[in-house]
Design a binder for this molecule. Structure first.
Ligand SMILES: *Cc1c(COP(=O)(O)O)cnc(C)c1O
Length: 349
């Protein structure tokens, strides 16, 4: 096998969903966000495992993702689309039974004209200024929309990963101002919002990153394990260099493994000379530049001849690598490339 092996532990995804679900009251529904192909891990596989465990509602970013998800899930689970009802989406929304979260007057008009009677939800802007109706638009439309039984009224928090940020409370109170007294299920919390506590739970929560083992859900189980096969091992003499631009130089004799995987596989060049890989429990420093398809690793201190080295595991998580690479776990996960052999396990990775 010459490409990396990416293992996704579906039992860990389910356990993370159950743990997040248990943080809100029994009357609060916990949905699952599987946009961007389940944060890069495979939306169909993840969603089927979650549906079997009791998840009844899924969220995606765009209608095309909803269409693919419907194929994977079959009829039954509700699939909601954050980007709403965009031009060109009507057939997909209708034929595959998707529920668009309407974001603007334009989308409301399009939806009510093209698909009268078809279920929809409403997204409100409470200060993030990204998606959703502004308070003014909402007051103009609410008397038209509420009699049509929206499935959900939702908004999204800009700073939920920082529990002390005043924006959280500001958005919460804007959401109350716009929705109190309305008899429609409400939702404002993603993973970070769930951790903020019961005031943020309303009727439905929408975790994404926490399901996949990422921060801010610190107690998450590890979902992703990535092993890269060793292509070649060589002995270096003191003074020899490794990789592009001679970015690492051996001060002493060294043993270097070249593994298959690089920045084309989402292993960012910022990991060069900084991150480590693991041989069992032993860290092995990355030497020199990460190149497109290959990474060189110091195994001077390893006795055996490893067949593969581990990049992602409980010992070094997506968030650990994201921090070294100057990004966030969300980006690191969604960049994990198409070249890996993806395996889905039930149980420890
Ligand atoms: C991505 C997203 C979520 C899930 O957020 P996480 O931080 O991954 O839990 C929920 N709601 C909306 C509107 C989103 O865009």
């Amino acid at each position: 096998m010459s490409t990396g092996r990416l293992t996704v532990d579906l039992d860990a995804v389910v356990a993370n969903w159950r743990a997040l679900d248990a943080m809100s009251g029994a009357e609060v529904q916990t949905a699952a966000v599987v946009k961007a192909d389940g944060y890069g891990l495979g939306a169909g596989k993840v969603a089927r495992a979650l549906a079997a465990a009791g998840t009844r509602r899924f969220f995606v970013a765009v209608a095309e993702e909803g269409a693919a998800l419907r194929e994977a899930l079959g009829p039954g689970p509700e699939i909601s689309v954050f980007s709403g009802h965009m031009s060109g989406d009507t057939d997909m929304i209708h034929d595959l039974g998707l529920v668009p979260m309407l974001n603007s007057v334009e989308q409301v008009t399009r939806h009510l004209e093209a698909l009268p009677g078809h279920p929809f939800g409403i997204q409100l802007d409470t200060g993030m200024n990204r998606l959703g109706m502004e308070p003014g638009e909402w007051s103009a439309l609410r008397d038209i929309l509420l009699p049509q039984n929206p499935r959900l009224i939702m908004s999204h928090l800009a700073c939920a990963d920082d529990p002390d940020h005043p924006m959280n409370h500001q958005q919460l109170s804007a959401f109350h101002d716009m929705t109190d007294g309305i008899d429609v299920p409400r939702s404002i919390a993603a993973t970070g919002g769930i951790l903020l506590g019961a005031d943020y739970h309303f009727d439905l929560t929408r975790p994404g990153i926490g399901l996949y083992g990422g921060l801010p859900f610190e107690d998450a189980q590890t979902v992703v394990h990535l092993d890269l096969p060793v292509v070649q091992i060589r002995e270096l003499s003191a003074g020899e260099t490794v990789g592009y631009s001679n970015a690492w130089k051996a001060e002493q004799p060294a043993r270097v493994a070249t593994v298959s995987g690089g920045y084309a596989d989402g292993l960012n060049r910022h990991l060069s000379n900084h991150a480590v890989m693991f041989h069992e429990d032993t860290p092995c420093p990355i030497l020199g530049r990460v190149s497109m398809d290959l990474i060189c690793v110091d195994i001077t201190h390893i006795r055996d001849t490893p067949k593969a080295l581990t990049m992602l595991s409980k010992q070094q998580t997506v968030d650990d690598l994201a921090e070294i690479a100057g990004t966030i776990g969300y980006e690191f996960l969604t960049q994990l490339g198409a070249r890996y052999n993806r395996h889905y396990s039930r149980g420890r990775t």
